[in-house]
Design a protein around this ligand. Structure first.
Ligand code: PLP
Length: 401
């Protein structure tokens, strides 16, 4: 089976973990700090806080951003559920903005309208969480302007976009750099660019947010003399807030550091493979049937996913397109290829409908995107022939072989 994504662990990764296991620290120790410094340096931020998952990273970031009971947070309708769950974890109200069907990225005009509507209704907006879907940077400068206008904090969900870049007025920015966000969140799940098994991180330039994130990661404890209300012996600490055990371990951080050393190779290979797909799908036989995600100008995708959209035939209703997609999916599975669908629109999930009264009908872009999208196998250990195999199977499945 050729899966849609897969980690690449090499001998030096294994050696790095083994060495760590022989050392003194199993849980959070000095290697976590080294991993954080390397992440911050790569992304170009002053601080990084490594945690036990990308979901944990989103949770503490939302708390640090001030999400709480009665406060609203908005994310993209096409994302992994964790981008919205983090708002609910804090007791806040998750809301969504629609996406553009061509690229699955947050539609900033729709975002602006929804922020305005919330503002008109007197609902306090606390955070906007744009998502760099599939590895392509969202329109972060536009999100920044909207957030400033409505007084919201921006948390970039960069779980897909480690290594991606975008250009604004001739200046180049890296996803996760916090040039247009207060915080950015990474995930090190095995299908992402680099892995620690489970793991995640929050990046920020803000020293106050940094401190708050570090405290929330570990039970809400502080030991800093300037913060303590009382004093006792060297064992003394105080809990000032309700925190969590969201720590990552030293041996996971050793894996993360070693993987970070391979990131450039991984990125180059992902881009080469994506280019092979692009070339294949530009053939006339696929025209009007299947289209890769449209790439935004002045951005460099880091290709966490390679997503294609099955296009509707003339006057084809959305239900029929979904049936065609299912048929193609099953054809590929029959050929030993395991694609995936990213994502079922979050507003369609029963939890958000039942608890927050979200109506999926208000997200036509996301629903149309969902009807035809499919993520094809893409991971750095794939060989060129794998791409040929997938393309042939798709051509067969579409009857254009
Ligand atoms: C993977 C992912 C996360 C976090 O996932 P974890 O599995 O908890 O590390 C968050 N948002 C998006 C968009 C993701 O793809």
């Amino acid at each position: 089976m050729l899966p849609y994504g897969r980690q690449w662990i090499s001998d030096d990764d294994i050696a790095a973990v083994a060495e760590q296991l022989r050392g003194d620290w199993l849980t959070q120790g000095p290697t976590v700090a080294r991993f954080e410094a390397a992440l911050a340096e790569y992304c170009g931020t002053r601080h990084a806080v490594a945690v036990s998952s990308g979901t944990a990273a989103l949770h503490v970031a939302a708390l640090a951003a001030g999400v709480g009971p009665g406060k609203v947070g908005i994310t993209s309708a096409i994302t992994f559920v964790a981008s919205a769950n983090c708002i609910a974890y804090c007791g806040g109200i998750p809301r969504f903005a629609d996406v553009s069907q061509a690229d699955g990225l947050i539609d900033v005009d729709d975002l602006h309208r929804r922020c305005q509507a919330l503002d008109d209704a007197g609902s306090p907006l606390s955070v906007i969480i744009p998502v760099d879907f599939a590895g392509q940077p969202a329109d972060l400068p536009a999100v920044r302007r909207i957030a400033d206008r409505f007084g919201a904090v921006v948390i970039e969900d960069a779980a897909h976009s480690l290594g991606a870049t975008y250009t604004v007025d001739g200046a180049n920015f890296r996803c996760g750099s916090c040039a247009h966000a207060e915080m950015a969140v990474l995930s090190f799940h095995p299908v992402k660019h680099i892995t620690t098994g489970e793991g995640g991180a929050i990046l920020t330039d803000d020293p106050v947010l940094y401190k708050r994130l570090a405290v929330l990661r570990s039970h809400g404890f502080t030991r800093e003399a300037s913060d303590l209300l009382d004093r006792d012996g060297p064992w003394y600490y105080e809990q000032h807030d309700l925190g969590f055990n969201y720590r990552i371990t030293d041996f996971q951080s050793a894996l993360g550091l070693s993987q970070l050393g391979h990131l450039q190779t991984f990125l180059t290979r992902r881009r080469e493979l994506a280019c092979l797909y692009d070339t294949a799908f530009s053939q006339p036989r696929f025209r009007g049937r299947l289209q890769p995600l449209v790439q935004r100008v002045a951005t460099a995708n880091s290709y966490h996913l390679y997503v294609v959209n099955l296009l509707p035939k003339v006057d084809q209703p959305i239900e029929a397109l979904r049936a065609d997609r299912l048929k193609l999916f099953e054809h590929l599975v029959g050929k030993g290829i395991r694609p995936q669908v990213h994502y079922i629109p979050v507003p369609r999930q029963p939890f958000f409908r039942r608890v927050f009264g979200v109506n999926p009908g208000e997200y036509p872009g996301a629903m149309a995107f969902y009807a035809g999208c499919m993520s094809l196998p893409l991971f750095p250990a794939m060989v060129d022939d794998d791409i040929g195999r997938v393309v042939s199977a798709i051509a067969e499945g579409l009857g254009v072989a």
